[in-house]
Design a protein. Structure first.
Lengths: 109, 116
């Protein structure tokens, strides 16, 4: 089974910009992996921030964007807010099988 | 508004079975695959399995960790997806979430605790 890798932790200053990445042990991440990004705050269920590489849900703030960058999927947060502090998980499709990354703990400090 | 409500969690002994339900509303349930995801205490998200829509033959696929023990089914008449869990192990203890419209929508989860 493929392994999906994410940074364990990142820190961003309020108002700053940070990019989280999502890599695959099988090689380059493409749109065919339909990359997803989920936000999970402590004690809450995950919610989808980005799907299919760069599509936003209705509740996704404009400061979040998804892309493919350097062979990986990427989630960029521009203008970080305190409420963005959370765990972020990526998900990749391998045909019918899905694999989550280990998560990135994002601190806004 | 899309809603996904999981139910059926609880405390169960090792080796026993449990069936979780996910009741959906607010979208064309029969047109979309449904997935189950779990999260062990203090750990990350783990994909458990998926069932395709009837239009895709209701194909199922499972994570290696549960293949042969867990099965997913769906009742499109009542907008319910099921996760049948057999031969439960301690390491199956987790909050179980269902997702709908591919993985765009999530329920609030139901806790399954497996004890010896």
């Amino acid at each position: 089974q493929a392994v999906v890798t994410q940074e364990a932790s990142l820190t961003v200053s309020p108002g700053g910009t940070v990019t989280l990445t999502c890599g695959s042990s099988t090689g380059v991440v493409t749109s065919g992996h339909y990359p997803y990004w989920f936000q999970q705050r402590p004690g809450q269920a995950p919610r989808t921030v980005i799907y299919d590489t760069n599509y936003k849900r209705s509740w996704t703030p404009a400061r979040f964007s998804g892309s493919l960058l350097g062979g990986k999927a990427a989630l960029t947060l521009s203008g970080a807010q305190p409420e963005d502090e959370a765990e972020y998980y990526c998900l990749l499709y391998y045909g019918f099988v899905r694999v989550f990354g280990g998560g990135t703990k994002l601190t806004v400090l | 508004e899309v809603q996904l409500v999981e139910s059926g969690g609880g405390l169960v002994q090792t080796g026993r079975s449990l069936r979780l339900s996910c009741t959906a509303s607010g979208f064309a349930f029969g047109d979309f695959p449904m997935s189950w995801v779990r999260q062990a205490p203090g750990k990350g998200l783990e994909w458990v399995g998926f069932i395709g829509s009837k239009g895709y033959g209701g194909t199922t696929e499972y994570a290696a960790s549960v293949k042969g023990r867990f099965s997913i089914s769906r009742d499109d008449s009542n907008n319910i997806a099921y996760l049948q869990m057999n031969s439960l192990k301690i390491e199956d203890t987790a909050v179980y979430y269902c997702t709908g419209e591919w993985e765009r929508n999530w329920g609030q989860g139901t806790l399954v605790t497996v004890s010896s």
